[in-house]
Design a protein around this ligand. Structure first.
Ligand code: KG4
Ligand code: ZN
Length: 340
């Protein structure tokens, strides 16, 4: 079954055609970065207006690249949350309209669950249980992904082990980059600057590193600001590299401990921050030392895209059927985690 998937939760307008939840026939991402750069961050109203302009040509290109006619599609999927409400509404309304016009089911997808699945699109051999470190601009979560027991409709169970109590990891990268004058978007800018800097130059705090599975990144952000105020002549690249090292250190330490405690076979990363070079290197290194399988999506699959929406939609459609057309966008949508 071929699914056309649409992603418009933030500032990327994306469409993809995915076959059987696995084969990506096309994945088109139109970034609005240039539109928002002048403001130093995403402006919600500008984002939703740009989605309106970009979505139709992006969908047309995804269908063209996949060599698929609308009538061959088995379903239309769209991100229904979490995200910016105005942006979400554009994708959800368009997906429902295509579904009605082509008389196929509509499937609403949770954006964070799709980030969870992104690694498995490229690595079909699911090794469960796996620890997934989900690090994006809005979320930082440590999740244990397990196979669901017999008789359950959906094949996976998600257990939330910890999450950020203040800033998300990507948010910390973006705020620190802005403070250091490295530009927008901040994560890739810090990643680039860090390559020229010394990660051991400044010992920034590793918030909550040894305690539990929750994260805190507002302390390291404040430390960077205080340090630069006190040492105005410090090399910016050294600050960037030392900050990145502190954040990556905490992420990897906790993910590694979670894998040990949960008896996981693999460690997986997802979300925009999973594109970070230092995080990727450290994850590969600790997996080698601890005997875990590393699941690292390619960088394009880490940042927002519609292929991951199409893959998740296929699982949801197979197990739960279509989403009713009266289900709307939900900016605060959560993943349903098992409780015990
Ligand atoms: O998943 P994503 O594309 O959008 C959200 O769902 O939030 O994540 C965007 C976040 C931004 O904060 C961005 O700065 C960060 O991911 N990011 C990075 C890198 N590439 C993107 N952070 C660190 N290093 C990178 N290379
Ligand atoms: Zn995302």
């Amino acid at each position: 079954m071929k699914i056309l998937a649409i992603e418009t939760s933030c500032d990327e307008t994306a469409a993809a055609v995915v076959e059987d939840g696995r084969h990506v026939l096309s994945s088109v991402v139109s970034s609005q970065v240039d539109l928002h750069a002048a403001f130093g961050g995403v402006v919600p109203e500008v984002a939703s207006r740009a989605h309106v302009d970009l979505l139709t040509p992006v969908v047309a290109q995804a269908l063209l690249e996949a060599g698929v006619d609308g009538r061959e599609l088995g379903a239309i999927a769209a991100t229904i949350g979490p995200g910016l409400i105005g942006s979400l509404l554009v994708g959800v309304s368009a997906a429902k309209a295509y579904a009605l016009a082509w008389q196929v089911p509509f499937v609403g997808v949770n954006h964070m669950e799709a980030h969870l699945h992104a690694a498995f699109l490229e690595e079909p051999e699911l090794l469960l249980p796996t620890i997934v470190l989900l690090v994006s601009g809005g979320h930082t979560m440590l999740i244990a992904m397990e196979r669901a027991g017999d008789g359950t409709r959906f094949p996976f169970l998600y257990r939330l082990l910890g999450q950020t109590i203040d800033d998300a990891a990507g948010e910390a990268f973006d705020k620190v980059a802005r403070y250091l004058g490295l530009g927008y978007p901040g994560g890739p800018a810090i990643d680039r600057a860090s390559r020229k800097g010394d990660p051991t130059a400044i010992a920034f705090p590793r918030g909550l590193a040894e305690e539990g599975f929750d994260f805190s990144f507002s302390g390291v952000k404040t430390s960077v600001i205080n340090y630069v105020r006190k040492h105005p002549d410090v090399e910016v690249v050294d600050v960037a590299a030392s900050f990145q090292e502190a954040v990556v250190d905490v992420l990897v330490t906790k993910a590694r401990r979670a894998a040990r405690e949960m008896g996981a076979k693999a460690l997986c990363i997802g979300g925009g921050v999973a594109a970070n070079s230092r995080l990727r290197d450290r994850v590969v290194e600790v997996c080698r030392v601890d005997g875990l399988a590393p699941f690292l999506p390619t960088r394009a699959m880490c940042t927002d895209n519609a292929a991951m929406i199409g893959a998740t939609a296929w699982y949801r459609l197979k197990t739960e059927g279509p989403t009713a057309l009266d289900v709307g966008a939900d900016p605060d949508l959560r993943i349903s985690f098992v409780e015990d």
